[in-house]
Design a protein around this ligand. Structure first.
Ligand code: PEP
Ligand code: MG
Length: 593
């Protein structure tokens, strides 16, 4: 007898993909695969008589591209504010690059090649140079140039861009340009998920401003995900769960509910001070990069700004802002924050940040970076110092230097501060004569010499992001060694202990502005070690405040003393997690679960 063949659909397997958390939030929904339309470009020979027509076709396409980008720019300005929207101004500037387009028009006329081929060829040459850069920031910018190139070619070929789609979906793509991110946000986007990109990518930055959860750098998301697949995106932990099981869905629903409830409850803490049960006040402030973020900082009940990364001002441009341009930005921040304090950091160019013009460096993190550039290019440094000093009139601005490795650099920098001050004095421009100068401790040699450095300045701020990478010899941006990047390594916490002790012995305050300051697992330890200020990303501020308000300083000191005796990162972490859970059981951070 024939047996009936019963074919049941095979259950799709749950797949967990790990990437980089780029924008917070947990969502569930169906995937919409966005495959970037890469225009096909063929090389064609044109007739001599047709050259003027071809050039006209290109001029028309450039005009259309500019119109499109101007629209995106004004939409972006409304949604995310002027300074972040500058990315699009930079794209428009490429369209207005006379040298580039003269070269393109000339090639069409002389070589008699079709417009899209010449545009593709010329702009790709630029991109190749950018891609070869060892600077991550520079490499990320090639996506912006790619966007301009494809936009022109699409407009030459008169294709329409589809940026509207029905329903609420999670956009899954190899990469997203800032323009894609902004344009898609006019739809009901649940989240962004990309193969490429890092936290510093513009798309990541924009999704945070738009408050759309995002996970980037997943490498192979587009390989695994198919159109319509159901998935969970966890923008807190940087995880994407494809075809989640019922159990996983429930787990994430619970986790999300806890996050939301917790965030609501944290609102009640907004106007309360970050004070331990036995009355020890800790300054709890925020890290920002753009003036617009101040509103967000206000909403979280912060004591001020513990780190203003001035590099935000350099984004999307290739010349340094003038003193007045800088002054306007710094003054805006200082005024908005007043009477609370703002710690401004002088440009930290190089490493993984803004291009340093040092050309190819074998080892950019150990290269021309931070204060090293400031001291070698005093005209840039003094211009910035003058702008910061001018913004200090209300006496709520402190200034600090990044990447300091020794006392000599501090002394040289102080001489330049004096120089900036005396030039302002001679021009009768007011500033705060007592403005505090500080140093970021993020290089191991500076940590060892913390006492001698403390002798020279008014405050210290521990930059754990770099301190950990340099102390443990683990690149902070290299996924291959990310397991080794351990903030609770005993060497790290003993170094932090040393820095705090030295600062206090020299009677100056010491804060922390690296990511570790915002890790709930570290709060009790840092309190117990005597940290005076914690500067964190605005979203985590309420949780940290809650932990501070749940413990006595005496108890935190006891916990810190015990943690200092442990020999491995696992031991330290487990020990601290257990204590955080005990004093503040409802902290929902995955780290503490
Ligand atoms: C740090 O290194 O800890 C820090 C706060 O600076 P950045 O992350 O900007 O290098
Ligand atoms: Mg740093």
């Amino acid at each position: 007898m024939d047996e009936k063949l019963e074919i049941t659909p095979q259950e799709k397997q749950e797949i967990i993909l790990r990437g980089i958390p780029a924008s917070a939030g947990i969502v569930m929904g169906h995937a919409h695969i966005f495959t970037k339309h890469i225009p096909r470009v063929e090389e064609k020979v044109i007739l001599l008589d047709d050259a003027p027509k071809e050039i006209e076709r290109l001029r028309h396409a450039v005009e259309r591209s500019e119109k499109e980008l101007s629209k995106i720019l004004s939409y972006a300005e409304q949604k995310i504010g002027n300074s972040k929207a500058k990315i699009f101004e930079a794209e428009i500037m490429i369209l207005n690059d006379v040298v580039l387009f003269e070269a393109i028009y000339n090639r069409i006329a002389n070589e008699l090649k079709n417009a899209e081929f010449v545009v593709h060829d010329e702009i790709t040459k630029y991109q190749r140079l950018m891609l070869e850069s060892s600077d991550e920031y520079m490499r990320e910018r090639t996506h912006d140039v790619e966007d301009v190139k494809n936009r022109i070619i699409r407009n030459i070929q008169q294709e329409k861009l589809i940026s509207r789609f029905a329903g609420r979906s999670i956009i899954v793509s190899q990469s997203l340009t800032p323009a894609d991110t902004i344009l898609f946000s006019r739809n009901e986007i649940l989240a962004y998920v990309t193969d490429m990109g890092g936290v510093t990518s513009h798309a990541a930055l924009l999704s945070r401003s738009l408050k759309i959860p995002a996970v980037v750098g997943l490498k192979e998301a587009t390989k695994h995900v198919q159109e319509g697949d159901f998935m969970i995106v966890d923008g807190y932990g940087g995880t994407v769960v494809l075809n989640p099981s019922e159990t996983t869905i429930k787990e994430y629903e619970v986790r999300n509910k806890r996050y939301i409830e917790f965030e609501k409850r944290l609102n009640d803490l907004r106007d309360l001070p970050a004070k331990t049960l036995d009355g020890q006040r800790v300054e709890l402030s925020c890290n920002i990069e753009f003036a617009e973020e101040i509103n967000f900082v206000d909403a979280q009940g912060s004591d001020g700004i513990g780190l203003y990364r001035a590099e935000g001002l350099l984004m999307g441009r290739d010349t340094f802002p003038t003193e007045d341009e800088q002054y306007r930005e710094y003054n805006l921040i200082a005024e908005k924050c007043y009477p609370r304090k703002v710690i401004m950091r002088t440009f930290d160019i190089g490493g993984d940040k803004v291009v340093s013009q040092a050309g190819e460096e074998e080892n950019p993190f150990l290269g021309w970076r931070g204060i090293r550039i400031g001291l070698d290019r005093p005209e840039i440094f003094v211009t910035q110092l003058r702008a910061m000093l001018r913004a200090s009139v209300k006496k709520n601005v402190w200034v600090m230097f990044p990447m300091v490795a020794n006392v000599k650099e501090v002394r040289k920098a102080k001489i330049l501060v004096e120089h900036a001050k005396s030039s302002l004095r001679s021009q009768h421009i007011p500033f705060d004569e007592e403005m505090k100068i500080g140093v970021m401790i993020e290089v191991p040699s500076a940590a060892v010499m913390a006492g001698d450095i403390a002798n020279e300045v008014g405050f210290l701020s521990i930059g754990t992001n770099d301190l950990i990478q340099y102390l443990l010899a683990v690149d902070r941006g290299n996924e291959n060694v990310s397991e080794l990047y351990q903030e609770f390594d005993p060497a790290v916490i003993r170094t932090i202990h040393h820095i705090i002790k030295e600062a206090h012995e020299h009677h100056i305050p010491v804060g922390m502005c690296g990511e570790m300051a915002g890790d709930p697992v570290a709060t009790l330890l840092l309190l117990g070690l005597g940290i005076d200020e914690l500067s964190v990303i605005p979203t985590v501020l309420p949780e940290i405040k809650k932990i501070i308000r749940s413990v006595r300083l005496k108890e935190a000191k006891r916990i810190a003393a015990q943690a200092l005796k442990l020999s491995t990162e696992d031991e330290v972490k487990e020990f601290l997690k257990a204590h955080v859970k005990r004093v503040s059981p409802d902290i929902p951070m995955s780290e503490t679960e």
